[in-house]
Ligand binder design. Structure first.
Ligand code: FES
Length: 511
């Protein structure tokens, strides 16, 4: 259900938006695809991940530069402007630099233009204003400087309110802890809020229930606990020694000292290397789901899906339901990765699935207008002469996720690259505690898995944090042991062999 109508301004253009919507969603709904331009080559930039993890959508909002518009909710009268362009993002005169890109290769630095010496000062004067990300904030556009730092305390800080974070907060609160749950998005639920399909798995972990309903149930329970404080639209900008978090909420900065920190920041979407992979219209699978399922916005008219795993197949079906023509699904490996039932449904709807194929390039001036796909041989080399052009305005990249790990490196956790778990992950005990005492990592942060394993992981982390603070009793300990066994059970099938091998490499002993 949409909130009340508001007006926002994109440059001089007045745009209708609805309360609860993000700025990025409102721009997409108004048909604006080029939000801003890149710093060096002035290439067009639009929405990619829609969850504040890629920086593709950064714009100037109410005089403040570099605001991630995909997570900032609209407000009546808000002023949104593109950055790094003149006179507008869709017609940027500086985009000539992209055409002359061969003159400015990677590593080019304008201060190295020193010949002829007499002109170097002039070069600097002309080039310097073109550098840097956006312009300094201006007071006359409603910008308010950051207020003085505030110091806060909590017993358990949970960073990230997806399935793992919600479950951790609930279980720590049930045992009596004072919990602060922090998320940069305007809603609780993380990626669950965009998942309209029914979950597989065990009944205890919501099999047969839609992701969005699971997030509502968990959010409802969070609200019932008076000892959980939920801070939404709030970013955690650092995790420092002694479990001190730096947090930013609007124009307020605060430090929060937590006795225990549960990092459930989830994952990033992976992307692929191909020519023009940064054009607006190339989107991550999660970004496409956010536009369609959270905000009711059609992300394009003709789509090409890259990746035939379950996510790629399910989103292709959802795109078809939303009236988008899916022109094909490409999959690099010689077989379809998702369930047969999903693939059969998609094929019956007339969508071709090209296995042993990849995307070679996209084309288009300001947004995607088409793509070229190509066949791969058994050594992953492109087979010459097999290129096929597909006209489309949306390319949905569904090639998996990788854990978000920045905080954990910053906190000094011992990390390891484990490909079975999706990338760099922290070493952890079976109670989800990292090598840094008092820092726990349930969910995709510790390795890419499913929502049910994230919820069980959250349960283990929440109970462990509470037990280490002196809450709970023998019964809570037994409950945690049972949860550890449940997690092993969920990972016991033949399809989880890779995960089991990854977890084995990441486990460390208590103490
Ligand atoms: S950060 Fe906004 S689209 Fe990725």
């Amino acid at each position: 259900k949409r909130g009340p109508k508001v007006k926002i301004y994109y440059g001089r253009k007045k745009i209708d938006a609805y309360e609860g919507e993000t700025v990025g969603a409102a721009l997409c709904a108004a048909g604006i695809n080029v939000f801003t331009r890149s710093v060096k080559y002035h290439r067009p930039r639009g929405m990619f991940c829609a969850i504040g993890k890629c920086s593709s959508c950064m714009m100037r909002v109410d005089g403040v530069p570099n605001v991630m518009t995909c997570v900032i909710p609209v407000r009546d009268g808000m002023r949104v402007e593109p950055q790094n362009c003149f006179p507008s993002a869709s017609h940027d005169l500086y985009s000539i630099i992209d055409r002359l890109g061969f003159k400015f290769p990677a590593g080019f630095y304008y201060r190295l233009i020193t010949r002829p010496r007499s002109l170097s000062a002039l070069y600097l004067k002309l080039i310097r204003p073109l550098t840097g990300m956006g312009k300094f904030p201006t007071a006359n556009r409603g910008f308010k400087p950051m207020t003085k730092s505030e110091q806060r305390e909590t017993e358990v800080a949970v960073v990230g309110a997806g399935p793992a974070g919600l479950s951790a907060a609930i279980h720590a609160a049930r045992l009596g802890c004072r919990v602060t749950l922090i998320d940069e998005n305007p809603m609780l639920g993380g990626q669950l809020i965009k998942q309209t399909h029914m979950f597989f798995g065990s009944k205890e972990y919501f099999a047969g229930v839609r992701g969005i309903r699971i997030s509502e149930k968990l959010a409802e329970e969070v609200k019932q606990h008076e000892n959980i404080e939920a801070l939404l639209n709030t970013s955690v900008v650092g995790l420092y020694e002694g479990n001190v978090l730096g947090i930013v909420q609007g124009n307020k900065f605060a430090t929060m000292r937590a006795k225990k920190v549960i990092v459930s920041t989830g994952a990033y979407e992976k992307t692929l290397l191909f020519n023009n992979n940064d054009l607006p219209g190339v989107m991550g699978a999660g970004g496409v789901q956010t536009l369609m399922n959270v905000f009711g916005i059609k992300p394009g008219n003709e789509a090409l899906m890259v990746g035939a795993g379950n996510v790629g197949l399910i989103i292709s079906y959802q795109l078809l339901q939303a009236g988008v023509k899916v022109k094909g699904i490409v999959e690099a490996v010689p077989r379809i990765g998702g369930y047969f039932v999903h693939a059969a449904k998609i094929r019956r709807m007339g969508v071709p699935i090209y296995v042993s194929h990849t995307i070679k390039r996209t084309w288009g001036r300001r947004r995607v207008e088409g793509a070229t796909i190509v066949q791969l041989d058994d050594r992953w080399k492109e087979v010459e002469g097999t290129e096929k052009d597909i006209k489309c305005d949306l390319i949905c990249i569904s090639v998996g996720l990788k854990p978000t790990y920045e905080f954990l490196y910053q906190a000094g956790c011992k990390m390891k690259f484990i490909s079975e778990l999706g990338g760099h992950v922290p070493l952890r005990t079976k109670n989800m505690e990292t090598s840094v005492k008092g820092v726990y990592i349930p969910g995709d942060t510790g390795g890419i898995e499913e929502a049910d394993t994230a919820m069980v992981g959250g349960k283990i982390a929440g109970i462990s944090a509470a037990l280490s603070l002196g809450y709970g009793d023998k019964e809570a300990e037994e409950f945690r042991e049972k949860a550890i066994m449940e997690l092993e059970d969920l990972r016991s099938g033949p399809t989880s062999a890779r995960i089991r091998s990854g977890i084995e490499k990441a486990l460390i002993e208590e103490g």
